[in-house]
Design a protein around this ligand. Structure first.
Ligand SMILES: N[C@@H](CCC(=O)N[C@@H](CS)C(=O)NCC(=O)O)C(=O)O
Length: 152
């Protein structure tokens, strides 16, 4: 399978991490953003011209969370990445959804102006930072800290 993306794309990491966890080889061909995502071949596969895009022997598709789920399934079906019970699956979907529709837009509205990808204003920066903090604040209450390693 080939994952088309540019290096260090946060959305592509979803599939790359899933692939590593389930032991599925995922090739990342050289890709020039702004050029290779505008070719007729690429646009035929994703008319939005966006990455990541996954190409498999059974077809190709886009949307990073779908790609990560697919990779997890190819790597062995229902495991810790996909959930073993209805409740585990619901919680996994909850976090995928929360990350994509709540956290990511808030962080992007905050960070993209800082790196010059969107116009910057002091008031916009303050508002986006506050919105991100409101969205992220309950996370420590909801996500238990990792268990410290026991005695050797
Ligand atoms: N919801 C999509 C978002 C894809 C997306 O917005 N990709 C950006 C890069 S992170 C892109 O390719 N933008 C097109 C461009 O910059 O020309 C996903 O999760 O895969």
């Amino acid at each position: 399978m080939q994952l088309y993306t540019y290096p260090n794309n946060k959305n592509a990491y979803k599939a790359l991490i899933a692939a590593e966890m389930v032991g599925v080889p995922l090739e990342v061909p050289p890709f020039k953003m702004g050029q290779d995502n505008k070719t007729p071949e690429f646009l035929a596969r994703n008319p939005h011209g966006k990455v990541p895009l996954l190409v498999t022997e059974e077809g190709c598709f886009f949307e990073s969370s779908s790609i990560a789920r697919y990779v997890a399934r190819v790597g062995g079906g229902a495991g810790p990445l996909l959930g073993r019970t209805a409740m585990e699956r619901a919680l996994i979907e909850q976090w995928i959804s929360f990350a994509g529709s709540e956290l990511d837009p808030a962080i992007m509205a905050w960070c993209l102006p800082l790196i010059g990808v969107m116009p910057y204003s002091d008031s916009g920066h303050a508002a986006a930072m506050a919105a991100t903090q409101v969205t992220a604040a309950p996370l420590p209450l909801l996500i238990p800290p990792p268990t410290p390693p026991g005695p050797a």
